[in-house]
Design a protein around this ligand. Structure first.
Ligand SMILES: [Zn+2]
Length: 478
């Protein structure tokens, strides 16, 4: 792994930036207009008819390995995860409408145990219930209190990064009940759906809170309730966060992340899917790209399979309500599902592979820690809310402008042709707030910019895209 470091060159020097597939591009740091940029510089390489670079979908070459993140990845424990999944399944059911008073069985006992467990990890974790009283509606068949379990690890700033799963469960009891939504007191162990995601969030709470590291972002570990009735806990939480103007930079939602053998017998313990709804440059897609880029550095043997979709066919998850409010939220789900176990009494811990679950937790922690330690993504918007991308003084250049992020020492510009899903090239620029690519068409390429901290850690990418136009009907005379 090539280690890239800031500081050697400074203004006026040239940096050679390796971008996957052995492609090396050279970028001029000093002059935003790019005066004197050589013909082999990036604008020409991208534009000319001789342009023959191989698109590099995993542009990891410029990412340094951060020893702190590496250590966090190593700290994730399969034994701990196995213990947590077993314990979650031991409450027999965690159905949202199950008992809240029984000390051993039901959602009340489960959340009491989760809070006690989380409180034991570190005095730095602020553990509490996040409750909402709701009337009967939809699959919530009576008035109820929906309580998410939340643990907060305060950072230097208010911007938040979430790791989530849903701790509620559901199950049918017998054949023939498929059309009827299952009763609240059926045995519903939910070891994989979603004991696995809940355990993952709890294990990350342990590792990150015990690390002794101070994060720039505030970390929130959350177990949602009411997911199985229609994403209630997540909808309520996202709705309130939006109302209160809370800044959430990323939501890593994990739901069904522990099984390696599909119901058809096919096995895959070496990859994880990340579902990210569009459009192409939505906040979710930026987060998904970031997760794969960082997963590739810290967990190269575990493939992150990005899926450019909201979710699996006909299914839903707690990341979706956050995307409604333009938060960056994705869903992690195992590659091979066993539908015969989901939402049944057979969703027991023997269907969860702790080693696989641990690898998925490691991919999560690499992304979570990187976002949280790095500076915040640069603000690229004008006061009117438009991305500050234009054709520059010549009318034919690509000029990108941004607001400096606190703590950043440099910026990375990401580029791809406008009919491509992944960033194809990266240009390192110094501590600037403007960059010009001479004669590069802003119509033909998509651009983004990320902030880089003193240790080389990279923020999420801010993409220069405009929101889709809304229809405006034309008046017609009768
Ligand atoms: Zn689920």
């Amino acid at each position: 792994m090539d280690m890239f470091r800031w500081g050697g060159g400074g203004l006026g020097s040239w940096l050679t930036v390796g971008v996957g597939a052995g492609v090396a591009l050279t970028a001029l740091i000093s002059n935003p207009r790019g005066e004197g940029a050589p013909s082999h510089g990036i604008p020409y390489a991208l534009q000319g008819p001789e342009a023959s670079w191989a698109p590099a979908s995993d542009a990891t070459a410029t990412l340094p390995v951060d020893p702190r993140v590496e250590e966090l990845v190593e700290e994730v424990s399969a034994e701990r995860l196995e213990y947590l999944v077993d314990r979650l399944a031991s409450f027999e059911t965690r159905h949202t409408l199950s008992s809240v008073d029984d000390p051993d069985r039901g959602i009340g006992a489960a959340r009491e145990w989760m809070m006690e467990e989380l409180r034991g990890y570190s005095p730095r974790l602020e553990v509490e219930l996040d409750c909402y009283r709701v009337p009967a509606q939809g699959r919530i068949t009576r008035e109820a209190e929906i309580c998410n379990v939340k643990a907060v690890l305060p950072g230097r700033s208010d911007r938040r990064v979430y790791v989530s799963g849903h701790y509620d469960t559901v199950a049918g009891v017998e054949e023939g009940m498929e059309d009827e939504w299952p009763q609240y007191d059926n045995p519903a162990p939910g070891a994989n759906d979603d004991g696995s995601g809940t355990a993952l969030a709890m294990e990350l709470a342990r590792v990150l809170s015990q690390s002794g590291l101070e994060f720039d972002a505030t970390l929130v570990f959350i177990g949602f309730a009411g997911e199985e009735q229609g994403l209630f806990g997540a909808r309520l939480h996202a709705q309130r966060a939006d109302e209160e103007g809370i800044r959430i930079d990323a939501i890593f939602n994990n739901d069904i992340v522990g099984n390696t053998t599909g119901g058809n017998g096919l096995e895959d313990g070496a990859s994880i899917r990340v579902f990210a709804p569009g459009p192409e440059d939505s906040p979710a897609r930026q987060l998904a790209r970031y997760i794969r880029r960082h997963g590739g550095v810290y967990m190269p043997s575990h493939q992150v399979r990005l899926i450019a979709r909201e979710d699996r066919f006909g299914r839903g998850g707690d990341h979706t309500p956050f995307t409604w409010y333009d938060y960056a939220a994705v869903r992690f789900t195992e590659s091979k599902e066993n539908y015969a176990r989901q939402h049944t009494v057979a969703d027991t811990p023997d269907g969860v592979d702790p080693e696989y679950l641990a690898r998925n937790a490691q991919v999560n922690i690499a992304g979570v820690a990187s976002v949280a330690l790095a500076p915040s993504a640069p603000d690229i918007h004008s006061a009117q809310g438009n991305p500050r991308l234009d054709r520059g003084e010549t009318g034919y250049d690509a000029r990108l402008r941004w607001e400096r992020s606190p703590g950043a020492v440099g910026y990375r510009i990401f580029i791809r042709t406008a009919w491509t899903r992944d960033w194809e090239d990266i240009v390192e620029v110094g501590d600037l707030e403007e960059w010009v690519f001479p004669d590069l068409s802003i119509d033909d390429y998509t651009f983004g910019v990320a902030a880089v901290g003193p240790d080389g850690l990279e923020s999420l990418v801010s993409p220069y895209v405009r929101p889709p136009r809304t229809p405006s009907p034309v008046e017609v005379l009768p």
